[in-house]
Design a protein around this ligand. Structure first.
Ligand code: SAM
Length: 383
């Protein structure tokens, strides 16, 4: 595909997303219908789509329209690409731009340049204080790919060497050496031998840093286990026995295979059938996902105040439920991948006020400015 044909594909997909389709689904549908597109084409189209979604408001302002064409034109303006080189009107390319389209763009306002929905800007500012603008701007960039070295299988040096042999370059985190950031060849990771042999797992830096602060021994319940990323990280740190649970058992479908690849044992509990008490209860609750919007930028625009209210109620219910599984002297680890205080500090504040048997041990906030994804951990001990 020519660069212009890739732009035309991105325009069509963006239009579908603007009509309400989830980004991943729209991309998959396009890829299935476009057998002629090679892996390089698919990657380039995906990059255009995600890049525009991260910067939806500012790009639409620069391109003069909230449409696929407006967004691609905004991308050209921002990146100094001559729009005529993409909007050529040739076969498979977007049609030529007309004068009104070329004149419609303008500089984004100070709010538009944050690339956040209007209703969220006050919450964002209140939650992140002096970092609010820098964090919003950081969310407009592509997220780095982080791996967790599975120290039960290997050590960081060996993992780095094995990845390098497969053309994947990485650098270790200076404080947490088992966290490694991919600097070249990210798209090759999932197919690499190092990954298949369980030497490394895909996991963002922030949850790795948070898990490193939890007790590395004793029984552990991962109450909202999903794909099991945190349960696997805790197993690698030495915690056990580990029970994984999720209200939606399908979310844990890949966990047995992941555990086998990692060489760890994780017991799966049926939904609603957890029994007993645990030294550590991890509640990685459903959230707005506001800390991960670099990876799922369409979610940033889909979230509504009602969604946030619903998710806050769910978090509060899960916290209460999780507390009942903590053994005396044990800890409750509340986690979200959000940067919003309502889901984090405020939620935990309310919980501690009504559960005097728990006390805060430590609290950490991560943002793209100091870690990778936005993330929150509150570790509370049951007296
Ligand atoms: C943020 S995700 C968890 C991600 C996972 N811990 C990981 O590391 O991959 C939240 C999960 O909570 C689950 N969930 C929602 N309500 C729940 C409830 N009441 N009890 C248990 N799990 C719940 C969802 O199905 C979802 O898989």
């Amino acid at each position: 595909m020519t660069p212009a044909a890739r732009a035309a594909a991105a325009i069509a997909i963006l239009d579908q997303i603007l009509e309400g389709q989830p980004a991943e689904a729209a991309l998959i549908r396009w890829a299935r219908a476009s057998r002629f597109a090679g892996s390089g084409d698919r990657a380039a189209v995906r990059d255009h789509v995600f890049d525009n979604l991260r910067r939806l408001r500012s790009r639409a302002a620069m391109g003069g329209a909230m449409s696929g064409r407006g967004l691609m034109l905004g991308l050209c303006q921002e990146e100094g690409i001559d729009p005529a080189s993409l909007f050529t009107g040739e076969k498979f390319a977007p049609s030529r731009l007309v004068e009104t389209e070329l004149q419609a763009g303008r500089q984004p306002s100070s709010d538009e340049v944050l690339d956040l929905p209007d209703w969220l800007i006050p919450l964002w500012r209140e939650s992140l204080g002096p970092d609010a603008e820098a964090a919003a701007v950081a969310m407009r960039e592509r997220a780095p790919v982080w791996l967790r070295v599975n120290t039960l299988r290997t050590n960081p040096e060996e993992a780095i060497e094995a990845l390098a042999k497969e053309g994947i370059a990485v650098r270790s985190h200076p404080v947490l050496p088992s966290a490694i950031c991919v600097t070249k060849g990210a798209r090759r990771v999932a197919g690499s031998d190092a990954y298949r042999q369980g030497m490394v797992e895909l996991q963002d830096l922030s949850p790795q840093m948070a898990c490193a602060l939890l007790p590395a021994r004793g029984s552990l319940l991962d109450l909202c286990a999903g794909g099991g990323g945190k349960a696997l990280a805790m197993a690698a740190q030495g915690a056990g026995p580990i029970t994984a649970h999720d209200i939606n058992a399908d979310r844990m479908a890949d966990l047995p295979a992941r555990a086998e690849r990692a060489g760890v044992r994780i017991h799966l509990a049926q939904p609603g059938k957890v029994k007993g008490q645990f030294d550590t209860v991890l509640a990685d609750v459903p959230c707005s996902g506001s800390g991960t919007w670099r990876r799922t930028p369409d979610a940033k625009w889909r979230l509504t105040p009602d969604d946030l209210r619903r998710v806050l109620a769910t978090q509060s219910r899960i916290l209460d439920q999780a507390a009942g599984f903590v053994a005396p002297g044990g800890v409750l680890a509340y986690m979200t991948c959000s940067v919003l205080a309502e889901e984090n500090e405020r939620q935990v504040g309310v919980f501690l006020a009504k559960n005097q048997g728990f006390q805060m041990v430590l609290e950490r906030r991560y943002s793209p400015l100091d870690a990778s994804d936005g993330f929150y951990l509150a570790l509370m001990r049951c007296r």
